[in-house]
Design a protein around this ligand. Structure first.
Ligand code: G6P
Length: 610
């Protein structure tokens, strides 16, 4: 989604805003803009179609200067990407606003404003907010104007506002979209993600739903809650460090994040494993009591996180004996859901801000669930704050839009959940101890698989001219095949589908010919023989096969069959390990095709609108 930055500082804010936009570009990147109040009271604005670099070029030619300003990088919802639709939006020459989210009643508000003489310069829903604010600001101060306008808006949003008549003031508001305040030394900042501000501060206030904040000269921060009451919110220190915001030695964030997996998986396990079992307390002090009552699980997520949930179903049913239903959040939230007694509601999300997942959690709160657990990567995110229990995945900030390390740490966390529930539900202690031992060895195995990168890169050349690909897997590796297909389509734009290998004969086999590469994951588990015969079916139709197989599996390399051997791993953890070659394959195919790996077209990292 869109990214917002705002600043009231002792220095010129242009550099702070531009740096913030670069760091937020993963949220949306079809256009960008900034507005700064000059010291003589004029509002200056600069906007550009395309990436933040285009805005940077324009600013280099005609810099802005001042001590307060707002900026935005856009992911189009209402109105195509264009300079006219880029934020900030102004009403006249005195007021500018940036907005993330959707104003659902914008059409009615637009009619009302047009009727009293406002004319619109864009197709966006945001422009109504600019005009409403301009009208209200004539009646008093900007903070009061924002409060009165918010009462008229339906939908989800985060806003940043400046007015020519209020020197060194930025107003922010959040409802349904994330917004944090950065606390500087006699300076104050605003952003939709703390990452944007790590150059200027590591101290943040995570605004609550309905909060309005006024930043003013000297670092003054005033927060009013949804009822308009002044409140003090805790200042939290950002723990991830700033390294995550740069690519370092890597060509792309995605590659860097793929290679961080041994470290972040180890971080996800740290302090959560006992000698022979998982420490249930990792899920919080109330976890043991809550988990003891679990009879079923409803697991809800979107995108890659949903695929992690699908893997977890196999684990939770097999090792913890708990029935699990997994569903995409956008479907779940509009369904009449039956909630059997003792059902735990689990959400999975990298960002903790995905609109549908958050809405699903709020929907579930009004149902008869035992409680809610969020497995999430962003401390302080809405999902974390609104759930009964949380387990942080500790992947560190993920910048590449295609999720990699966030996924494998989610899987690691889900295995911890499986074992925590297993422990309370009578899982064989030796089985649990074996899995705990295997988890300890996982970062090392992940490192070994990553060392196969050159061989995977060599395989990728076969995909350069292909338009379609088919991914096959069985059991818990079917969701891994889904995730492999998603990665390939997201970043290389090759159409890819995934099937449980047993479904091949029921349709997709009709598509198999020499132009359809077939990728399969073949760990050494109980379904291996069945998978081998599925692969024969593909070979018999001339399909070229790419098999990622256990080193101990007797699959021979032959014409049209490429086999890449992975180190042997505990069967339960194979889905984590077999994800890695699929990530690397997609990465190299995308590089080969010359696509924008970290910021693929039409996508956004954090989907904070429905
Ligand atoms: C977007 C991202 C995906 C992500 C999905 C869910 O589509 O591009 O990478 O898997 O949102 O996001 P979440 O933050 O809830 O895991």
């Amino acid at each position: 989604m869109c990214g917002i930055v705002g600043a009231v500082a002792q220095r010129n804010v242009q550099g702070i805003l531009l740096e913030g936009l670069k760091r937020l570009e993963y949220r949306g990147y079809d256009s960008a803009g900034m507005a700064i109040r000059a010291d003589d009271g004029r509002l200056q604005r600069c906007r550009a179609l395309g990436k933040v670099a285009a805005l940077e070029d324009k600013l280099a030619a005609a810099p802005l200067a001042g001590h307060s300003g707002i900026a935005h990088t856009r992911w189009a919802t209402h109105g195509r990407p264009s300079e006219a639709n880029a934020h900030p939006h102004q009403s006249g020459e005195r007021l500018a606003v940036v907005h993330n989210g959707i104003i659902e009643n914008h059409e009615a508000l637009r009619d009302e404003l047009e009727a009293v003489g406002y004319s619109f310069a864009s197709e966006t829903d945001t422009e109504v907010v600019a005009h409403l604010l301009e009208r209200e600001a004539r009646q008093g101060d900007l903070l009061g104007a924002v409060q009165r306008v918010l009462a008229r808006l339906d939908g989800a949003y985060a806003l940043g506002v400046i007015h020519a008549d209020e020197p060194d003031v930025v107003i922010g508001a959040r409802k349904g979209s994330p917004l944090v305040v950065g606390v500087g030394i006699e300076e104050a900042f605003l952003a939709s993600d703390p990452l944007a501000l790590l150059r200027v501060t590591d101290r943040f206030i995570y605004l609550e739903e309905g909060d309005v904040v006024r930043l003013a000269a000297g670092g003054e921060i005033t927060i009013l809650d949804a009822a308009g009451t002044p409140v003090t919110r805790e200042i939290q220190t950002f723990e991830h460090g700033d390294g995550a915001a740069s690519k370092g030695e890597y060509r792309h964030f995605m590659l860097k994040e793929i290679h961080e997996q041994p470290t972040v998986i180890a971080a996800a396990l740290e302090g959560r494993l006992g000698d022979r079992n998982v420490l249930v307390e990792s899920f919080g002090p109330e976890a043991e009591t809550l988990f003891a009552g679990v009879r079923q699980i409803h697991l809800v997520a979107c995108g890659t996180s949903y695929h992690a949930g699908l893997v977890a179903r196999y684990w939770l049913e097999r090792y913890a004996g708990v029935p699990v239903q997994v569903e995409v959040a956008s479907e779940y939230r509009y369904r009449r859901v039956v909630v059997p007694e003792g059902t735990l509601f689990v959400t999975l999300s990298q960002s903790g801000e995905t609109a549908d997942t958050l809405a699903a959690l709020r929907f579930a709160r009004d149902r008869d669930y035992l409680g809610s657990l969020a497995i999430c990567n962003v401390p302080g995110s809405s999902l974390v704050r609104e759930s009964d229990l949380t387990l942080m995945t500790r992947a560190g900030p993920e910048i590449g839009v295609a999720s990699t390390k966030a996924f494998t740490t989610q899987l690691t966390a889900l295995m911890l959940l499986t074992l925590a529930l297993g422990r309370l539900r009578g899982q064989d202690p030796d089985e649990q101890a074996g899995l705990v031992e295997a988890l300890r060895g996982l970062p090392g195995l992940v490192r070994r698989v990553l060392s196969l990168d050159p061989a995977i890169e060599a395989l990728s050349t076969a995909f350069g001219e292909k338009h379609h690909a088919l991914f096959l897997g069985r059991g818990a590796h079917f969701p891994i095949a889904l995730e492999g297909a998603l990665k390939l389509k997201e970043i290389s734009y090759i159409h890819a589908e995934a099937y449980p290998a047993g479904e091949l004969k029921h349709g997709p086999l009709a598509l198999v010919d020499s132009e359809m590469p077939v990728i399969s994951v073949a760990p050494n588990d109980e379904l291996l023989d069945k998978l081998k015969s599925n692969l024969q079916e593909v070979r018999a139709r001339g399909g070229e096969l790419f098999v990622f197989a256990d080193a101990e599996v007797g699959l021979a390399e032959e014409e049209g069959v490429h086999v890449l051997r992975l180190p042997h791993v505990h069967e339960a953890l194979a889905p984590i390990l077999y994800t890695l070659p699929l990530q690397l394959l997609s990465y190299h195919v995308a590089v080969l095709k010359g696509t924008d790996v970290d910021q693929p077209r039409n996508l956004a990292k954090s989907v904070t609108v429905e």
